[in-house]
Ligand binder design. Structure first.
Ligand SMILES: [Zn+2]
Length: 648
């Protein structure tokens, strides 16, 4: 409603509405960027000339808030103008429903050429952010099977890399108007800025990452100026969320809803044709859900019927700029990944209410650090805020059906980025009433340690990871996440007995964790507890029948237990799932190890016909013939294997 009437008040030095007269639109999201760590937001320990310059040319919103402290969810709110509970992308890998039109789709429908350049796999539309690529002509995902060891290129891209990819695309697609989204991931932990930022900011590396991201932004802005696209462009720069930096004991972000992770910088540079900008700094409280309605307003593109945000143009245009605040809602389901209560918040009229097992109320004007909890259940404001949250909840689609199904590969990528939780913890189907779950405030030290363990493990520092996980278990001996991680770590380290013990304990807490059961089976097989391995592998496959590696291992275990029939059943099932050469070779090898030479030889002879150039096939065939006492055939097969290897 408001959006419609705003368009009329906006003076646009405009020619008739044609594609050519439309401004280019550039969205730059800077990950993990606290407003109070940017120079033009009053922080003196950093240089951010690109952000400062944009603020000088545009409008700076001093009090902008994200509804979500975690990357995917907050980005989807920026791209749709909807609250998390409205768009439903409340966890990694949850697809954005086609019901919701995104920024790219809306502009694309009005003739915009669109492209997105992302800085981390967390926003890769193939795995962790399905649906975000809708409406983009080009979406710069990561390579599917990168063998690179380093993070760069495999799960993250440096800011300079991201902007150069965007610039190359723009140069190759000069036809206007453009909508380009650039995502700079750098300030996200671990904090490893390149030189010279690693030196200049060596005592506060988080700021070094921000300064580096700012230099990438500077590169992009100067490209736009050189291409003469800057003046007529609408540029939005916004943080997706902030960073705890130890406030409220939160090191990173995602669990809490304090201002440290929800107050973000928001800068908007309008096209020169918007001539009546009256205010350069907007002090009123606004939201990142207001960005899309503002962009639609400025480009005169009709807004979708349902948006949770509203255009911000009244704040900086016209003679009497608006100073009324917008009500900020906050939502985080990330604690659910660890089995802790999700949080909700309302920020309005100088107060912040956080709904939690132990609720909180802060006077954010007097107590900006949010440390003096004034919550009292009979407080009239609290009751009003609760009613507002209940209203949002009532409109929410039921959880469970909107959740993504997360595969093991995706889990590995999440871990590499420091996000974790057990494989099935994202499923909300068995979540008890929130109030019955632990308050994240009581668990934050565990979360910090789990995060550190994940990063250490990704960097190959197994001892450090082990130490962090043991500390978690001191705080909570039944932490399923720590038990599972420790079990996996010991499995990789070859400490099989210890691994099995941790995984068994993890399964006692989370009996539905099929992958934990598979891993326990691997550990038990290595300790020669064959019956134990058989039992957990059977139960793992009951939970998730499609695990080919678990089937192959179970077949091997049955062979070792001299149960040939059961083994063959597993092998048949594995080959039905995936009739690959690799699976065939595993089966042949298992048969040889179990001294089932006849079956092995038959299988390998058949395989040698379809794979006449595969040395491994003939190598195993030689072993099978040897076992059968067929010396001549064995020698012939071995010679063939040698020949094939030499040819390579
Ligand atoms: Zn983020």
């Amino acid at each position: 409603m408001l959006v419609g009437c705003l368009t009329a008040t906006l003076s646009v030095a405009a020619s008739p509405q044609t594609k050519d007269s439309q401004p280019d639109v550039f969205l730059v999201t800077i990950d993990t960027l606290r407003a109070d760590h940017v120079h033009c937001y009053g922080y003196e320990r950093i240089q951010t000339p690109a952000l400062d310059g944009l603020a000088k040319d545009g409008i700076r919103f001093a009090q902008a808030f994200t509804p979500s402290p975690i990357t995917n969810t907050s980005h989807v709110s920026i791209l749709t103008g909807l609250l998390p509970s409205s768009h439903g992308v409340v966890d990694f890998a949850v697809p954005l429903s086609p019901v919701h039109s995104s920024w790219a789709e809306l502009l694309h429908q009005h003739g915009y050429h669109s492209a997105a350049f992302i800085g981390a796999v967390i926003l890769d539309s193939k795995i962790l952010a399905p649906g975000l690529d809708r409406g983009f002509d080009f979406y710069d995902n990561f390579p599917e099977h990168s063998k690179a060891k380093a993070r760069w290129g495999r799960i993250e891209r440096r800011g300079m890399d991201v902007v150069q990819r965007a610039e190359a695309w723009l140069s190759a697609h000069p036809q206007r108007p453009h909508f380009v989204w650039v995502h700079l991931y750098d300030p996200h932990d671990p904090y490893e800025p390149p030189a010279p930022y690693s030196q200049i900011y060596k005592d506060h590396l988080y700021d070094g990452e921000i300064a580096y991201a700012d230099s990438a932004l500077a590169n992009f802005i100067s490209y736009l100026k050189k291409s003469r696209w800057y003046e007529n462009s609408l540029i939005v720069v916004v943080g997706d969320h902030g960073e705890g930096l130890g406030e409220h004991h939160e090191d990173t972000h995602g669990i809490f809803l304090y201002d440290s992770t929800t107050h973000v910088p928001l800068i908007l540079k309008t096209p020169v044709r918007v001539t009546d900008v009256k205010l350069k700094v907007v002090e009123a409280q606004v939201r990142t859900t207001d960005i899309l309605p503002t962009v639609l307003d400025l480009t005169r593109i009709p807004a979708p019927a349902k948006l949770d945000g509203e255009s911000l143009t009244l704040y900086f245009t016209g003679t009497n700029a608006d100073d009324s605040e917008r009500t900020v809602f906050g939502e985080t389901d990330y604690p659910l990944r660890f089995g802790w209560a999700p949080l909700r918040s309302v920020r309005m009229q100088g107060l912040k209410f956080i709904e939690a097992p132990r609720p909180e109320l802060y006077d954010v004007l007097q107590d900006a650090a949010e440390v003096k909890n004034q919550y009292e259940p009979w407080n009239a404001q609290v009751q009003k805020f609760r009613a507002m949250l209940a209203q949002i909840r009532a409109k929410q689609p039921s959880p469970g059906n909107s959740r993504g199904s997360i595969g093991q590969g995706t889990i590995d990528e999440l871990k590499a980025l420091g996000y974790l939780g057990t494989a099935d913890a994202g499923s909300a189907t068995n979540v008890p009433e929130p109030s019955l779950l632990p308050d994240p405030k009581d668990k934050i030290e565990e979360q910090n340690l789990l995060h550190l363990a994940m990063i250490a493990s990704e960097d190959g520092r197994a001892d450090a990871a082990r130490e962090f996980l043991r500390k978690v278990l001191q705080l909570d001996p039944k932490s399923p996440t720590a038990l599972r991680q420790l079990g996996d770590l010991e499995l990789q380290a070859g400490e099989y007995a210890e691994s099995a013990q941790h995984l068994k304990a993890a399964l006692e807490v989370h009996p539905d964790d099929a992958t934990a059961a598979f891993h326990e089976g691997q550990a038990l097989e290595r300790t020669h507890d064959l019956a134990g391995a058989r039992d957990v592998l059977e139960s793992s496959l009951k939970l998730m029948p499609g695990q080919i590696d678990a089937r192959l291992l179970l077949g091997q275990v049955y062979l070792a237990l001299k149960n040939v029939k059961a083994a063959e059943d597993q092998f048949d099932a594995a080959l039905l799932l995936q009739p690959s050469i690799e699976a065939q070779l595993v089966i042949a090898k298992a048969r040889i190890t179990a001294e089932n030479f006849n079956e092995a030889a038959q299988q390998l002879v058949a395989l040698s016909k379809s794979q006449p150039g595969n040395a491994k096939v003939f190598e195993l065939l030689a072993e099978a013939y040897s076992g059968l006492g067929k010396k001549v055939e064995a020698q012939r097969a071995a010679a063939r294997a040698t020949l094939l290897r030499a040819r390579k």
